[in-house]
Design a protein around this ligand. Structure first.
Ligand SMILES: [Zn+2]
Length: 234
């Protein structure tokens, strides 16, 4: 992939990619989004960043968002879409974008399609990072660290060599983050699935849904993601 522009890069340049990355907390979405930025020149746009930038730039949509937020209300889909439309007209996103945090509902997804359709665009792919809930709960909820040196351990995957003593510093005190427990992690996953299911169904219906097994190593996930972007952008 080194050297001159690949077919993919040429294709993306002529037709900006619009990717939607979906994944529960702990699936490595942030890491993978940064990989896509580096490798494909895409720009990740999160709703929060978009709003902040538009407010500070004082665009008409940004001012509207500011007024709504100052009144303590939620910014409407119309305003978010207007801000997104402004942002997509800027030159740095010519290669394409990765949307993060929007759309959150099927209604918003439909509105996004409407917006993209105005310029002959559409969502290139909605990529779902899929996790095994049980394995995810086990992975996250078993974590603990040495209170002395911060070395990380895991109930199932990495116990200290000598029980109760840190491998690195010999310390005997360990700590766990209060939200790294099975109940909290399970609840977070359930909330994610409940919120995302309609969105996944929507994009499946549009024929642009891609699923990736997100339980593997970061590099494997990145490879699978890259192959999808290669294929859908060709
Ligand atoms: Zn230690």
């Amino acid at each position: 992939m080194e050297g001159g522009p690949s077919d993919l890069e040429t294709a993306i340049a002529s037709r900006p990619a619009v990717l939607i990355l979906l994944g529960p907390p702990g699936a490595g979405k942030g890491t993978q989004a940064r990989m896509l930025e580096d490798r494909f020149g895409l720009v990740q746009l999160s709703t929060g960043d978009l709003l902040r930038a538009a407010v500070s730039a004082g665009t008409p949509a940004g001012l509207a968002a500011k007024a709504v937020m100052e009144a303590g209300a939620l910014v409407s889909d119309e305003i978010v879409l207007a801000i997104l439309a402004d942002r997509m007209a800027e030159p740095d996103v010519a290669q394409g974008i990765i949307l993060d945090g929007f759309p959150r509902t099927a209604g918003q997804a439909e509105a996004l399609d409407g917006l993209l359709g105005q310029t002959g665009q559409s969502v290139t792919a909605a990529i779902s990072l899929e996790v095994d809930d049980g394995a995810m709960v086990e992975r996250v909820s078993g974590r603990f660290t040495c209170a002395g040196c911060g070395e990380g351990y895991h109930d199932h995957f990495k116990q200290p060599a000598a029980a109760g003593a840190c491998d690195k510093c010999g310390g005997a005190e360990f700590k766990r983050r209060p939200d790294d427990n099975a109940e909290t992690v399970g609840a977070r996953l359930a909330a994610y699935h409940a919120q995302t299911a309609p969105l996944i169904a929507y994009y499946e219906g549009r024929g642009v849904l891609e699923r990736i097994d997100a339980m593997g190593a970061i590099d494997e996930i990145a490879g699978a993601l890259g192959r999808i972007v290669d294929r859908v952008s060709a």
